[in-house]
Design a protein around this ligand. Sequence first.
Ligand code: SAH
Length: 447
Amino acid sequence: MTTSKPKSSAPRSRTGSTNKDYRRRSGQKKTAADYPAPVPRQTTQTLTGDATATPCIVLKDGREKSLLRRHPWVFSGAIAQVNGTPASGDTLAVRDAEGHFLAWAAYNASSQITARVWSWDEHEIIDAAFFQRKVAAALAARTMLKLADASSGMRLIHGESDGLPGLIVDRYQDVLVMQVGSSGVERWRDTLADALQELCAPVCIYERSDSDGRELEGLEIRNGVLRGTLPEQLEVTEHGLRFAVDVSHGQKTGFYLDQRDNRALTGEFARDKEVLNCFCYTGGFSLYALRGGAKSVLSMDASEEALQLARRNVELNSLDASRAEWECADVFVALRKLRDQNRKFDLIILDPPKFAPTAAFAEKAARGYKDINLLGFKLLRPGGLLFTYSCSGGINEDLFQKIIAGAALDAGVDAQIVHHLHASADHPVLLSFPEGAYLKGLLLRVA
Ligand code: SAH
């Protein structure tokens, strides 16, 4: 494992045919006036990755502030000019309007997020050793937190928050699933896979690069084995429960690792309760509730494949299937039906898919969250518990709480917050990147 830092005193230029890293010698400070006049990028600039150029990104005056706060994204609107003819995936220097170095970042000509930061250190060399160090650091953080004690499934790399913008790596036992969501990671994909292979020795690295975000980044969809062989059957054991995981066809990378500890919390409150689990996927929360002694668990999801796996998971754990009922349904419709039938529950889980990927969708998403939560409150018996979540990047914790408060008000119930809930510790959130805190939840108790 290579962990030594590159020599900081002698910035070098890497001008191989791939992985270009355009850097300027120290002492060659320029100002924006030294650069050619901005060109309308969409018409005249050909992004060919000319190795002889020393391209960089120059920000508009005043738009360096978020980088100075170490937020790792450069939006297209903040850019005064792209100097030279870089190709997407190239490593470029980002400079303020006066030419001061701000960061090394991966360029993407096709994205609103035109650059994502690799490093704030002008002397850093973005090469294979750099990525090896980043991967090793992410693994060391998980080891230090003793996360493997709780689960054989774990997020090993959580994108920006682990210093690798656009890269997700989840481990399911000895299989790694890699999700590439930025042109920078796309460029270094094989290098990253090599580092993961060397440091984790998995039997397989599987690539699930088919998230919605890839299209926004102008990247094509990819789904298949990258290294090794994928075992036919794969499962993880999480807090003592076994879950079958389908990494090639399942949602996300196969399983929702982020809810691990919230699922365990649900199990602790489930004894003798009538439970309703909405958006159950492969039965995560339902299995914890069954093991925790729930009287009954009604679970609903729109995906028949997910429900099939959920039933198999009940069998895998020898849980009492007679207490579990599975319904393939649209939760928005099914909740209304339950309300009309005057059904009541003691514990309800609402863990819907992402309604608002970005803030632009927040208003519509807010209506969705309010709708299901209002119905959830109405279906709860007095003293009942509601576990409610949002994994929408476009809805922050504050707004989510306000939406839930509005839902309770309209449902005519008083509710207390018992717990603020978040993703498990293998999904850390970089302080300078609040977007990393996409999963937020509340445990509420109605009066
Ligand atoms: N709680 C789950 C993860 C839920 S992910 C766990 O712990 O594993 C969200 C789920 O919502 C997905 O399984 C998806 O199939 C389902 N879904 C999406 N839209 C739906 C709808 N309108 N009605 C019911 N299920 C829906």
